[in-house]
Design a protein around this ligand. Structure first.
Ligand code: NAD
Length: 451
């Protein structure tokens, strides 16, 4: 199977199938606008079959000793290291980000596999002998069942890999519904998992948009849902999956503020702000989208930001000279242009205008910086998810913190831990570290009475 210039397949059990759907999306390379693949959406029957395949594979896989499940992760790790460059090129092809950014994302994904390899240790339970006279008690961790993973376009390898290794090594089966805008990487991960020796049916891939997601959310054989995407959808997923009795973690969008104090070292700070705001064309949940100058730093900060933003070289992600790639789709660029027009009309000062920048083919929007942004503007309130940076000023740290805390989002700021608060996260257990072990397992208490 080749994942360029053909129909993108689903993985149901051991079989790669082409969905027989009437709904087919063209998948463009965002850097050139040219079609690289066609994505037929999975039918409801195909999604049923994928869930059934996962359900059928679950008993044997969940019964497989944890050290053996970890062996699949060791092999996956070796394959991903060996194919890192191929994976990075695929991410760049379908997402548009630079190759350096894609390599970084694949590396972050591999790090989760590293963690999953420690399953025999991190899945250990605990026990207490003689919790009462003649009675011992032990707590063990058990898989929750079939997990659905629903992922966004901006990290086509990394975000699925936040979920897949941990869910699988904990003994669950998995159905992935990757973003319909970047489906190729999820398919490639399926190929690697099978090559690593994962039994057929333990991992399945289906495609589509809202209908496919709703099917997964309502299906009685889906026990848990891991979601990453925009805030409104995260809330919808959380409410709907919970209403169907499922365990759910839903990581949402963000509006990240970066406070620059007036004694900050601007030589170091400004390149960090530029990388944060314009890396991956601003399409990262941790992208800094508001630069908040405190005290007298504002004018100098803006001058340096403008100089450095305007020096960024736009181009297709595969070009080694490129500092910043395109946004994901032409429609997304159109939405961003509407935000830019609106903010300019409301009195924000456009100090770097990215409109019309970059190659004519592909979905380019250059780095864009607004000064004098105020809290009544949508450009401050909404997550734009593109290369648009708002500059605001505060007279002191208290005023800056009040402004920052007025945002409805809470994914990242220099004083917040990453992981998500407020409308950036719905659930109890986060996606990484030991929280992932706790999310993908249920605990069971066994009480033994000795006579
Ligand atoms: P999105 O919410 O549009 O899509 C995410 C997934 O949800 C996709 O698989 C899509 O098919 C599905 N979906 C979209 N609308 C739906 C609906 N109405 N009903 C059911 N399913 C629906 O997000 P996106 O544009 O692909 O990704 C960007 C967003 O993801 C940004 O908001 C970004 O901040 C967020 N994100 C957050 C994190 C985090 O860790 N918090 C990480 C990466 C991305």
């Amino acid at each position: 199977m080749t994942t360029t210039s053909t129909d993108v397949p689903t993985l149901i059990g051991a079989e790669w199938e082409t969905p027989v759907s009437a709904t087919v999306d063209e998948i463009p390379d965002p850097g050139t606008g040219q079609t690289i693949a066609r994505l037929p959406y999975s039918t409801m029957d195909e999604i049923d079959r994928a869930i059934a395949a996962a359900r059928a594979a679950l008993p044997e896989w969940s019964d497989t000793p944890a050290p053996q499940r970890a062996q699949v992760m060791f092999r996956l790790k070796a394959l991903m290291e060996e194919r890192l460059e191929d994976l990075a090129q695929l991410v760049t092809l379908e997402n548009g980000k630079t190759l350096a950014e894609s390599r970084g994302e694949v590396r972050r994904g591999i790090e989760v596999v590293d963690f999953a390899c420690s399953a025999p240790t991190i899945l250990m339970g605990s026990s207490l002998d003689q919790i009462a006279p003649g009675i011992d008690e032990e707590i063990g961790r058990f898989p929750v069942g079939v997990v659905a993973g629903i992922t966004p376009f901006n990290f086509p390898v990394m975000v699925p890999m936040w979920m897949i290794p941990m869910a699988l090594v904990c003994g669950n089966a998995f159905v992935l519904k990757p973003s319909q805008r970047t489906p190729l990487s999820g398919v490639r991960l399926g190929e690697l998992l099978l090559e690593a020796g994962l039994p057929p049916g333990v991992f399945n891939v289906v495609h589509g948009a809202n209908d496919a997601v709703n099917k997964l959310l309502a299906h009685p054989d889906i026990a848990a849902v891991s979601f990453v995407g925009s805030a409104g959808v995260a809330r919808y997923i959380y409410e709907t999956a919970a209403a169907h009795g499922k365990r759910v973690q839903a990581l949402g969008g963000a509006k990240n503020h970066m406070l620059i104090m007036d004694d900050a070292d601007l030589e170091q700070s400004i390149p960090a702000l530029i990388a944060s705001a314009f890396g991956s064309a601003g399409q990262r949940c941790l992208a800094g989208s508001v630069a908040l100058g405190v005290g007298s730093v504002g004018d100098e900060m803006v001058r340096r930001l403008v100089d450095q933003a305007e020096a960024l070289h736009l181009g297709p992600g595969r070009d080694p000279e490129t500092d910043m790639g395109p946004v994901i789709r032409d429609e997304r660029r159109t939405e961003l242009l509407a935000y830019i027009d609106e903010a300019a009309g409301q009195g924000a000062r456009l100090v770097t205008d990215g409109r019309g920048a970059g190659p004519a083919d592909g979905f380019f929007l250059g780095p864009t910086i607004f000064d004098n942004v105020t809290p009544d503007m949508r450009i401050w309130r909404d997550e734009l998810f593109g290369p648009v940076l708002s500059v605001m000023r505060a007279s002191d740290i208290d005023e800056a913190l009040t402004l920052l805390n007025a945002s409805t989002y809470g994914n990242m700021a220099s004083i917040f831990p990453f992981g998500g608060w407020n409308q950036s996260f719905y659930g109890d257990l986060h996606a990484t570290g030991m929280d992932s072990v706790h999310f993908y397992t249920s605990t069971k208490v066994t009480v033994s009475r000795w006579f």
